[in-house]
Design a protein around this ligand. Structure first.
Ligand code: SAM
Length: 419
C-alpha cells in the first residue's frame, strides 16, 4: 500500500510535504487491447485505491503494472508472452501524488510519531466533527483538526471534547481545533429536523438507536412524559408517531431549542414543553394531564365551572422517559403517591400504570442486580429481574468499565398509591 513520505509536523500543516512520485512500468497497448490485458492480468496491474491503472491521455493506452516490477525482466512469463505476441512494448511511467490524494489516516500517519496511531474517529453533529483526543495527542490537536477538516465531507468545524462536562446540563465543554467557531448545528434524526447550539446543550448522535428503540415501543395516541428531554430527540419522533408528549428540560438553552424544534417540525399540537426541575416536572405533568387531557386542549370553561377531576375521564401517561443516566434514579421518588386519592377511579376504569424507562450508568460486575437494587431503594418497593414487565436493556459502553442501561418497569400500584 502506498503511503506519503513521513514528515513530522507540529505547527501549521504543510500540505506540500505530502508529494510522492511513484514510478511504475507500463504496457503500451492499443485501445482495443485494454479490456483483454486488464482482465487477464488483473493481479499484475497497478492496483491502488482511488487510482486508475490505465492512462487515458495518449492515443495508445498505457496499462500501469504493479510497482513491484522494477524492469521488464521482472514481469511474469505469461504477461511477457502476451506482450510479445501482441507486439506491445513497455515504458516507464510516473505518477505524482499529493495532499489531495491521501486520506486523513495516511496524512496523520505521516505527521505523528510512530507510536501514535492516527486518530480519525469522531462523532458528527451537523457540520461539526466532535473528537475526543487522548492526552498524548494534544500537542498535535490543531494539525489533526486541520486534516479532518480538509478530508471529512460536509465538516466545517472540528472541536475536541475537553475533560470537563457541565455537571448539571451534561453538555461537553470543547475547544475549536479547526474551521469556523459556528456551533449552531442542524441535524436530521428519525425524520425530524433539530437545531441547537452544540456548545450549550446536550446532544449525542450515538443515542440514535436508543431513541428509536423506545419510540418504536410507543403506540400512536399514547401520552409520553419526557423528564430530561434535551432538545427533543425522544419527544419529536414520538409526536411524529402520533403520541402526545409533555417534554421538559431544566437547561434554558435546551428549552429554547426544544420550543424552536417543535415549531419547525410543526408539532405544536402534540408536544407541550416545560422548563422545570425533573422532580417538579413529574408532579406538574401528571397533575396537568389528569386535569386537562390532551396537549393543547386547555379547559375552555372558566376554572370554577370545570368539573372536578374525578368526574372526568382520567388521563395519564403510558410511558415516562428519564434519560439522565448519572442521576435519574434519584428522581424516581417523585412517583411516590403520584396517584394518591385516585385509586378508585384508576381501578374502576382499569387504567394501566405507566411504564418508566430510566437510563442509568453502572460500573458493577452484576449490572442488573445493582440497578434494580438502587431503583428499589429509591421507590421503597422491591423490583428484580423477576418482576413482571421489568427489564434492564444494555444501551452502550461509555467507558471501559462503565455501561449505560435503560431499566424499564411498570410503576407499582403500591408506589403510585402510597400516602
Ligand atoms: C443526558 S441528557 C438527555 C437529553 C435527551 N433526552 C437525549 O436523549 O439526548 C440529560 C438532559 O437532562 C437535563 N437536565 C439535567 N438536570 C436536570 C434536572 N434536574 N431536571 C430536568 N432536566 C435536567 C440536561 O439539561 C440534559 O439536556
Amino acid at each position: 500500500m502506498l503511503a506519503p513520505p513521513r514528515c513530522l509536523q507540529s505547527e501549521s500543516l504543510i500540505r506540500d510535504a505530502f508529494q510522492l512520485t511513484v514510478k511504475v512500468l507500463a504496457l503500451r497497448v492499443l485501445p482495443q487491447q485494454v479490456g483483454s490485458v486488464t482482465k487477464q492480468f488483473a493481479a499484475n496491474l497497478f492496483n491502488q485505491p482511488r487510482l486508475r491503472n490505465v492512462s487515458t491521455s495518449a492515443a495508445t493506452k498505457l496499462v500501469l503494472l504493479n510497482q513491484s516490477f522494477q524492469s521488464p525482466q521482472d514481469l511474469p512469463t505469461p504477461l511477457l508472452d502476451w506482450a510479445q505476441r501482441e507486439q506491445c512494448d513497455t515504458c516507464e511511467y510516473e505518477l505524482q501524488l499529493g495532499y489531495d490524494y491521501w486520506q486523513a489516516d495516511d496524512i496523520l500517519g505521516a505527521i505523528l510519531p510512530t507510536e501514535l496511531p492516527p486518530p480519525t474517529s469522531f462523532e458528527t453533529v451537523g457540520h461539526i466533527a466532535h473528537m475526543n483526543l487522548r492526552d498524548e495527542y494534544l500537542p498535535y490537536r490543531h494539525l489533526i483538526g486541520q486534516v479532518i477538516l480538509d478530508k471529512a465531507r460536509k465538516i466545517t468545524t472540528v472541536v475536541n471534547k475537553l475533560d470537563s462536562i457541565d455537571t448539571t446540563f451534561r453538555f461537553f465543554k470543547m475547544e475549536v481545533l479547526a474551521g469556523t467557531d459556528d456551533m449552531l448545528a442542524e441535524v436530521k434524526e428519525s425524520g425530524c429536523r433539530f437545531q441547537f447550539d452544540f456548545s450549550k446543550v446536550y446532544w449525542n448522535s450515538r443515542l440514535h438507536t436508543e431513541h428509536d428503540r423506545l419510540v418504536q415501543r410507543f403506540q400512536p395516541g399514547d401520552y409520553i412524559c419526557d423528564v430530561f428531554g434535551g432538545v427533543g430527540p425522544f419527544a419529536l419522533p414520538a409526536a411524529k408517531r402520533g403520541c402526545y408528549v409533555y417534554a421538559n428540560d431544566l437547561n434554558p438553552e435546551s428549552f429554547k431549542w426544544l420550543q424552536a424544534n417543535i415549531r419547525t417540525n410543526k408539532l405544536d399540537r402534540q408536544i407541550k414543553p416545560f422548563n422545570l426541575d425533573g422532580r417538579a416536572f413529574i408532579r406538574e405533568a401528571f397533575d396537568q394531564l389528569r386535569q386537562q387531557g390532551r396537549v393543547g386542549q386547555e379547559p375552555t370553561a372558566p376554572a370554577s365551572v370545570v368539573p372536578d377531576a374525578d368526574q372526568r375521564p382520567f388521563y395519564t401517561f403510558q410511558h415516562v422517559v428519564m434519560n439522565l443516566p448519572a442521576t435519574a434514579i434519584e428522581f424516581l421518588d417523585a412517583f411516590k403517591g403520584i396517584f394518591y386519592g385516585f385509586e378508585d377511579t384508576i381501578r374502576e376504569h382499569k387504567i394501566a400504570m405507566p411504564f418508566i424507562h430510566v437510563h442509568c450508568f453502572t460500573k458493577c460486575d452484576e449490572p442488573e442486580k445493582d440497578l434494580f437494587e438502587r431503583i428499589s431503594s429509591t421507590i421503597n418497593h422491591e423490583l428484580t429481574t423477576e418482576t413482571p414487565n421489568a427489564v434492564a436493556h444494555f444501551v452502550r459502553k461509555v467507558a471501559p468499565n462503565k455501561d449505560m442501561y435503560c431499566v424499564t418497569f411498570q410503576l407499582p400500584e403500591a408506589v403510585a398509591f402510597a400516602r
